[in-house]
Design a protein around this ligand. Structure first.
Ligand code: PMP
Length: 463
């Protein structure tokens, strides 16, 4: 027996108990009870091991978060040490503790521009709730209480709380439980789906200008903020055309609205710089961080706010009636600090960007040669392929999402964990991947595309 698995029950028992008692996120309960869920029991470096010991290359770094890779003992040691010293204390009511202070200062140091003040949370979702409450209260405190509307984009993902869902633009989520008032959505810069005959550059400009139209329609006096992911992750790794972000920044500068860059996925090295804000030369007023902040080892998130906004808020807003019991949790803060220390000292962001990303770019682009692939998208260590039955016609499949699922499941069979977003296959590997891992990824993804063909034909999805 594998020595690592001795503490676990046999897989069938775990699958059964899971079906009997666990409601899983973004999962279909009927499938959990029928076919069952896969049980991942261990991970090391860039590999997952299921409960039967099968090795799977984790091309998704968990859920876009394990930037540093699995199994770093330093993080476990820091967590244990902090638990012994101060396992919990809150940060409410003018109290703080060393790890949260150190982490806030460190984040101010490593984030670009004037971003300097952090409000901590436990997830990307609750950080975006914080952002919504913050910007509305900020404008009220600045004597502009009508500035309450927030503009977002269709197919954006900003979390799964009611504010996160509402700020996001996932219509299937909106349909379950509804959305809050006061959020407005413009189109996403998704050239493959919406670009038609326009060049990506023309399309990018047109999409960005929708922001200006929406501000005018709602009235500048009523708009608090625009929120967007620099690259949409959960929406399918939508890398905007080069013209998009400069135009958005111009519009944000021209009107008195705040720009919230949701860097939950793109932060901490994902796009080749520490933050995508640098990659795209953005000047956000707030960035949202989570995931890579602790490489997913413990839950922690933050809303990082620009110096002058934080200063005005402190001066004029009075007490902010907002906070979570675990805001700036000492164990999470200590682990995040250690994660950042390792990323810095081992030069992981720079090494990945300089030595592996160009190779990943070159290899990932070759997937366009596969007959199932219509577009390859890539930025830093983030990539996707768009599956299509007919690339020239940019055709969608008759049963949207089915082909993506089939390819993803072939991937697991072949020992690679990707993510299917409708009919895209997304990857976001740990930043510690080597060129050899990139080769392994490409071999396995290509084989999975090949292996999916007979099923796609049998199901009538390929004409
Ligand atoms: N924002 C973005 C851009 C995300 O990708 C996610 C999670 N995928 C969230 C917010 C929500 O984060 P969490 O799941 O930690 O609530």
């Amino acid at each position: 027996m594998n020595k690592h698995l001795i503490n676990h029950r046999p897989t069938e028992e775990l699958v059964q108990l899971n079906a009997d008692h666990h409601i899983q996120p973004f999962a279909d309960g009927a499938i959990t009870k029928g076919k069952g869920s896969r049980i991942i029991s261990r991970a090391e470096g860039v590999y997952l091991y299921d409960n039967d010991g099968a090795q799977i290359l984790d091309a998704m770094a968990g859920l876009w978060c394990v930037n540093i890779g699995y199994g770093r003992p330093e993080l476990a040691e820091v967590a244990a040490r902090q638990m012994r010293e101060l396992p919990y204390y809150n940060t409410f009511f003018q109290t703080a503790h060393p790890p949260v202070v150190e982490l806030a200062a460190k984040l101010a140091e490593i984030t670009p521009g004037d971003l300097s003040h952090v409000f901590f949370g436990n997830s990307g979702s609750d950080a975006n709730d914080t952002n919504l409450r913050f910007v509305r209260h900020y404008w009220a405190a600045m004597g502009k209480p009508s500035k309450q509307a927030v503009i977002s984009r269709l197919n954006a993902y900003h979390g799964s709380s009611i504010a996160g869902t509402s700020l996001g633009g996932m219509l299937n989520m909106h349909a379950q439980g509804g959305v809050m008032p006061g959020i407005h959505w413009i189109d996403e810069p998704n050239w493959w789906v919406n670009g038609g005959d326009e060049s990506p550059e023309e399309f990018g400009l047109r999409m960005a200008r929708q922001l200006e139209e929406k501000i005018r329609e709602l009235g500048e006096a009523n708009v608090a903020a625009f929120i967007a992911e620099p690259i949409q992750g959960a929406g399918g790794v939508i890398v905007p055309p080069d013209t998009y972000w400069p135009e958005i920044q111009r519009i944000c500068d021209a009107y008195e609205i705040l720009l919230i860059a949701d860097e939950v996925i793109t932060g901490f090295g994902r796009t080749g710089n520490w933050f995508a804000t640098e990659t795209y030369d953005l000047r956000p007023d707030i960035i949202t961080v989570a995931k890579g902040l602790s490489s997913g080892y413990v839950p922690i998130s933050g809303s990082i706010i620009r110096e002058d906004i934080a200063a005005a808020f402190a001066e004029k807003a009075g007490p902010f009636f907002h906070g979570y019991t675990y805001s700036g949790h000492p164990v999470a803060a200590a682990v995040a600090l250690e994660n950042i220390r390792i990323l810095e000292e081992e030069n992981i962001v720079r090494t990945c960007a300089a030595e592996v990303v160009p190779y990943f770019e070159e290899r990932w682009a070759t997937l366009i040669d596969h007959e199932l692939v219509g577009e390859t998208r890539q930025k830093g260590m983030l990539g996707a392929i768009q599956l299509t039955p007919n690339a020239r016609a940019k055709a969608p499949f008759d049963m949207p999402g089915r082909a993506g699922l089939i390819v993803k499941e072939c991937g697991i069979e072949n020992g690679v964990m990707c993510r299917n977003v409708k009919d895209s296959i997304a990857v976001s590997p740990p930043l510690i991947v080597t060129r050899a891992h990139v080769d392994e990824l490409l071999t396995k993804v290509t084989k999975s595309l090949d292996d999916a063909m007979p099923t796609l034909k049998a199901e009538g999805l390929l004409r």
